[in-house]
Design a protein around this ligand. Structure first.
Ligand code: GAP
Length: 549
């Protein structure tokens, strides 16, 4: 599947629109259309129901070290600025960016990739041609080799048919972050015509800054949260005290997060405003490694169950050097998004063992790692750099007769990335009959899991007469009370099936001549194309069973 095809379908059928499109759009922001909002809501509902709402704390789930409980939270987006100082985001949540003096564009440092190439460069203003060796670059794309060839042709002023005049040094594509001393004098920026126009990399904090209240001084500065997690940590005591939560327990939250990403791209994959589905799971330190494995495996299986089964989904344990400042173990659940170069995977969810870093930071102040210890970070005068709340973040376990600061396991997932992965995976093309005569044509369909499909069923009278529309409208009205369904009576029924297939509707209900005689309708399955006759009174239960909720 080519990504452009899916992007076009998303716009044409109302899944995703560029934000503020009529004004030219705003990079990194997206709007979910009438079908997209249903799809994403279903993804979030599936997560919420499977992880939180339907969790039974009285049962020991397979693979879980013990029974546990789960509750939810919905915290504010803007929090006390001290939250971000103690969490480390204020000092550490940045990317390195690099500017191009020629194109005036800004790039994420680690995204610029390239190859060494030599060619004959014609001098400007009649100067003689000379052989030049440069490092041409592109930013990560689906087809980097092609993009680099184009960049080299542009730099040497050659046409495509002269591509064999270029002498490439080796096949390996290198990042400019591997250059010693940031010497970019021989580098041609991704959108530049000249060599040596890239600046030194600079740090750029990813948090969106805003002002609280009317006075607007620096002391009123606040931040839009870059993750939902911190709202859970700072409410740890509130949750324990209000619902008598006992460790081990998890707190889940779904909500918007904001990051001023330097290079938002790849559709919704890297946006500046996005939604997260996060769990902070609190457990006894001695059991935390077991809980980490439990959540890692359970979250992976969730994606498989929701339809990402196959070699495009994988789990990857982080190397020690890759771990976030707070983490003693992290695994990423990754998907091979079609916009990534062949063989590359993008993160869908991170499952991190965060130890006691977060609760201790909010109690004591910002912590840093010294060897294998977490210690309070000090300023030049030896005072704590950022003071914590001073509140007691420990938990007293009356069964163990022990007070301890729980360890945290964090499965942190992106609702937009999950939705995008489900869309990518579900996009299928096969051959199927379009008309009643059985003529076969290419059929594009979204093989979405029925739980997340935006429309569960379409109700279609075979023809617009003989009382069929009336019966179909009645069925539509009954089903609509329970699930999102559509009614369509226009055009050949084969074409109407196609329109539903393209938006992933798992079932089509057709009212035909036989319905008027015996009260049965045909129920067509999107994936198998199988049609079965079902009594119209039993339709709701049949569809609900097939959805599998
Ligand atoms: N609390 C931990 C945390 O926020 P993260 O790996 O930075 O960890 C978790 O983010 C998930 O949030 C990612 O796996 C991804 O699904 C989603 N996410 C992060 N940044 C995103 C962005 N700019 N656009 C869309 N989704 C994003």
């Amino acid at each position: 599947m080519r990504m452009e095809e899916l992007v076009a379908l998303c716009k044409r059928r109302g899944f995703l629109f560029q934000s503020s499109e009529i004004y030219g759009g705003l990079n990194g922001f997206w709007d979910y259309g009438p079908l997209g909002v249903l799809l994403k809501r279903n993804v979030k509902d599936a997560w919420w129901n499977d992880m939180i709402a339907r969790h039974n704390e009285l049962l020991q789930l397979p693979g879980a070290p013990s029974k546990f409980s789960m509750v939810g939270l919905d915290c504010s987006i803007i929090m006390h600025p001290q939250v971000w100082k103690c969490s480390g985001h204020y000092d550490l949540f940045h990317d390195f960016m690099i500017d191009c003096r020629e194109s005036k564009k800004r790039y994420r440092f680690d995204h610029i990739k390239g190859r060494w190439v030599t060619g004959l460069k014609h001098g400007e203003n009649g100067a003689p041609a000379e052989r030049v060796r440069v490092f041409v670059t592109t930013i990560e794309t689906e087809n980097e080799l092609e993009a680099l060839e184009e960049a080299a042709l542009k730099f040497f002023g050659l046409r495509k048919k002269d591509a064999d005049k270029l002498e490439w040094e080796d096949d390996e594509i290198l990042g400019i972050d591997s250059f010693p001393n940031n010497d970019f004098s021989q580098v041609v920026g991704p959108d530049a015509k000249h060599v040596g126009t890239l600046t030194e990399p600079r740090e750029f904090n990813l948090m969106f800054k805003t002002t609280v209240g009317a006075l607007g001084g620096e002391e009123d500065a606040a931040f839009l949260r870059p993750e939902t997690a911190q709202g859970i940590f700072v409410n740890f005591k509130n949750v324990v005290d209000s619902v008598q939560a006992r460790v081990p327990f998890g707190v889940g939250q779904i909500g918007k997060s904001f990051r001023n990403e330097i290079t938002p791209r790849n559709f919704t994959f890297r946006s500046r405003e996005f939604e997260q589905m996060e769990i902070e799971f609190f457990c006894h330190p001695s059991e935390s490694a077991d809980w980490y494995r439990y959540w890692r495996d359970r979250r992976f299986q969730w994606y498989v169950d929701m339809g990402l089964a196959g070699e495009r989904l994988r789990m990857r344990e982080h190397e020690q050097a890759e771990l976030a400042h707070y983490s003693v173990g992290t695994a990423d659940i990754e998907y091979a998004f079609p916009f990534l170069p062949e063989g590359e995977f993008g993160e869908l969810e991170g499952v991190a063992h965060r130890g006691d870093f977060d609760l201790r930071s909010h109690a004591e102040g910002k912590l840093v790692r010294e060897g294998d210890q977490l210690v309070l970070e000090k300023d030049a005068n030896g005072a704590p750099k950022w003071r914590g709340s001073g509140k007691d973040m420990s938990f007293y376990d009356d069964l163990r007769k022990e007070r301890f600061i729980p360890h945290v396991i964090e499965p942190s997932s992106g609702a937009d990335r999950a939705t995008l992965a489900f869309l990518c995976e579900s996009y299928k093309v096969d051959k199927a009959p379009t008309s009643e005569e059985g003529k076969e044509e290419d059929r594009v369909y979204l093989k979405l899991h029925p739980r997340i499909a935006p429309i569960k069923a379409a109700i279609l009278p075979l023809v617009k007469k003989d009382g069929m529309p009336e019966v179909a409208a009645e069925i539509y009205g009954e089903l609509k009370k329970k699930m999102p369904v559509q009614y369509n009576e226009k055009g050949a029924v084969g074409r109407r099936y196609r329109r539903q297939d393209e938006i992933g509707t798992p079932f089509c209900v057709t009212v035909d001549g036989q319905t008027l005689q015996d009260g049965t309708v045909t129920l067509r399955d999107r994936d198998t194309l199988e049609q079965t006759r079902v009594k119209k009174d039993e339709l709701l239960v049949e569809i609900q069973q097939r959805i599998g909720e």
